[in-house]
Each structure stands twice: as C-alpha cells, then as structure tokens.
Design a protein around this ligand. Structure first.
Ligand code: ATP
Ligand code: MG
Length: 393
C-alpha cells in the first residue's frame, strides 16, 4: 500500500540541549494546528524529522505545504509517498510511478539516492539505488542516468517503512517559536515594524505587540489596520497579544510643552517607557522596533541614542542596517505589505515636526525633559490604565 506523506525537516542543530524535546513537541502541535481544518492527519516523529500522514483524506500538497513551511524552525518539506511493502520489486514499481506522476516534463537526467536506516534490509543502499535506477531507466523513455549532475534526484529512504520523494521545498527556517525568550514589539501600522516583529519571531522570540493609538487624530481604521497586521503575524506564531494604548492626552501635552523640533524624540521616549512597563508586567526581557538607521530624522544614530536613553531592557532593531527595498521585499513575502501601505494616518505623521532635530544631544534632551518628567510619568501610567488587550488567534 502506498500513501501520500509530507516529510518535514527541521533545523536540528539549532535546537539546544534539554529543550529539544519541547521544541519538537511544539513543532508537532503547530503543524497539527495549521493543517487541522484540511482533513484528518497525524504527525509522526521519526528520527530527526517529522512525517505528516493522513487518516483517510488524501493529502493535498498544494494547500498543505505553505501551511507547514511558514512555521518557524522548519527547514523545508518533501512531498512523497510511504511504502509499506518494502520488497525491491515494489520499490522499483512505486518509484517509477511516483516519478511519472510528478514528472516536471523537462528533466532529461536523473539518479537514485538511497538512505537505509533499517540495517536489516537485505540490500545495501548502493544496491537499492542501482536496482531502482536501472528499473526507471528501462521503463521511462527519454530519461538518462547522470550520477554527477542530475536534473531530478529520486530519494529512497528505508526506515520502518520506506519513503520515496524527489523534491525539497524550502521552508522559513529560523528557530521554533518561543525558544528564545519573549519581547514586546512596538507596532505602528507602517511597513517596518511588522517585518521587525516577524524577524524576531523567526529567531524563536515570543512576541507581543503594543500600538499607541491617538484618537481622534488616528482613526478607528488605523487601529483596525494594526489588528489586521497582528492577524498576519499570528498566522506564523499561532497567536498574538496586542496592546492598544491610548496616547492622545500625552501627545497633546507634549505638543504644548515641548519645542517643536524635539517633539518626536520626546514622543518616542514616552513610547519606549510605556512599552517597557508592559514588558516588565508581561515578563518580557526586551523591546523590538522597526527602526532603520537614517531612514528618517528620528532614526539617525544620535536620535536613536536619545530614544534608547530611557530604556533599561535591550531594544532589538532587526532592520537597523536594512535598505527600504529589502524591508519591502520581506513585507511582501510575509503578506504584511498590502495592509501596511493602506493610507491611514499614524500618530507620528499627525504630530510630526516640520524640522525635527537630527542630532539631538542626550544630555540636552534629558535636561529639557526634567521639568516635565513627573507629569510624563503620570501620563504614561494613565495611558497604560487604558490598555486594551486584544488576543488575536
Ligand atoms: P513603521 O514602518 O514601522 O511605521 P516608520 O518608518 O514609520 O516605521 P517611525 O514612525 O519613526 O518609523 O517609527 C519607528 C518605530 O517606532 C516603528 O517601527 C515602531 O516600532 C515604533 N512606533 C512608531 N509609532 C508607533 C505607534 N503609534 N505605536 C507603536 N509603535 C510605534
Ligand atoms: Mg510609521
């Protein structure tokens, strides 16, 4: 009997020590969750890899592969078949049929590679390759053997069952979600911050988001946009907690009390303070922003230093050295781009200074903030009291 299976390869070396079992378990759970609605499948743990098998419903590779390959920690998948009758005659016939069913119409050359972890099997790996390769050569017109540079490679793996496959489709890589601690990401609705959030999540960091909302200057639709971005991130992470914090009063206060050219820096400092408080409360050990060196006045190195000055937790800026085009490429790949470019106002554009400082001095900022510090603190606390928590599934 042969049935379609999906072989799933994960980055084994990247999984550290004792937690390995836990990460593999989490990968299994996430795969199950992502494909659950498509049929009755189960995920089998084999040595160093996972195999998705079906209970009745035939696997549809076209729908299943993207859902598995977007899981962090997965290197890629091989659509294949499982062969229970491992006799060499059956392997020959099945490999030929699989190759014919999946032939791309172009390849002129092939080879067979066999891996045999079942050492009881009566033939060696090379013998299996020769037998299966010879049979394919005899029965597939137009296909020649090329050991060194084949266009198609037929893999035969002999374990408890045998598996046959030809293609490896690259997955998203990274580390299993949640394996590298937790951080709070400042998400604004633009192109950059969702990409920054995704990149950190890809490295195994559990992420939650905070959006500073300034109604009525930023409308309901701007908030919906951030929620839609959170939903996309949740497709990768399995879920996402988004804090929506009302910043209107604080922004109006800063507008009245801060020199116009330093407004953005003051606002960013207030955002960092608020985000850090959320991080402490939610047991996160870092912050994430979508800042990129030099992109705007508030993202020059002196400006970043002035913003960073209020933080005690590490601030991760994964886009710091990225060009905009490269950020856009990732945004398109992960499907946040189309939402990010919707033209709803964000609070930084509503209150933006015409001529912001590009070289603020930390000591000067500190000094001018001093007189306002208590009031800002108080207003940050008040803003956090309005924290609306949205759990995106
Ligand atoms: P983005 O594309 O992420 O909106 P940007 O290029 O518009 O970024 P800025 O507006 O300077 O740049 O914001 C820099 C970073 O500050 C953002 O990437 C985000 O992490 C954070 N940030 C800015 N505005 C907000 C907001 N309203 N709520 C939460 N975070 C914000
Ligand atoms: Mg922005």
């Amino acid at each position: 009997m042969e049935e379609r299976v999906l072989l799933v390869k994960y980055g084994e070396i990247a999984m550290r020590g004792n937690n390995r079992q836990l990460f593999v378990k989490r990968l299994v759970e996430t795969i199950r969750k992502n494909i659950d609605s498509d049929g009755d499948f189960y995920v089998v743990r084999e040595q160093g890899r996972l195999v998705v098998e079906s209970r009745g419903t035939e696997i549809n590779f076209g729908t299943m592969i993207p859902k598995v390959n977007r899981i962090f920690g997965i290197l890629g998948v091989c659509p294949g078949i499982k062969v229970t009758d491992q006799s060499i005659e059956n392997l020959q016939k099945t490999a030929l049929k699989f190759l014919k069913d999946n032939y791309d119409g172009k390849s002129k050359t092939f080879k067979v590679v066999t891996k045999r972890s079942n050492k009881q099997y009566p033939l060696t790996s090379n013998e299996v390759s020769a037998e299966v390769g010879g049979y394919i050569y005899d029965n597939f017109e137009g296909l020649e053997v090329d050991i060194h540079n084949p266009e198609t490679t037929v893999y035969v793996e002999i374990r408890n069952d045998a598996y046959i496959y030809t293609d490896f489709i690259e997955g998203c890589g990274g580390l299993p979600y949640g394996s590298s601690g937790k951080a709070v990401s400042l998400i604004s609705g633009g192109i950059d911050s969702p990409v920054a959030t995704w990149l950190m999540a890809k490295r195994g960091v559990e992420v939650e988001g905070v959006y500073f909302h300034s109604p009525p200057y930023t409308g309901e639709r701007a908030k919906e946009k951030v929620k839609d971005l959170a939903k996309i991130i949740a497709m990768y992470t399995g879920g996402f907690k988004l804090h929506v914090v009302k910043f209107t009063e604080l922004q109006l206060y800063l507008l009245e009390n801060v020199p116009e050219d330093k407004l953005t820096i003051f606002l960013k400092r207030a955002m960092m303070r608020a985000a850090e408080k959320i991080a402490y409360k939610d047991h996160a050990d870092g912050l994430i922003t979508g800042e990129s060196a030099g992109q705007v006045a508030s993202q020059t190195v002196p400006s970043l230093a002035a913003t960073n000055d209020v933080c005690t937790l590490p601030v991760f800026r994964p886009l710091i050295a990225f060009d905009k085009e490269d950020i856009v490429t990732i945004a398109k790949k992960i499907d946040t781009y189309e939402i990010s470019i919707l033209p709803y106002e964000d609070c930084c554009t509503t209150f933006v200074a015409k001529h912001p400082v590009t070289k603020p001095r930390v000591d000067v900022i500190r000094r001018s903030e001093k007189a306002l510090a208590d009031k800002i603190d108080e207003m940050v606390e008040a803003a956090l009291a309005s924290d609306e928590i949205i759990e995106v599934e």
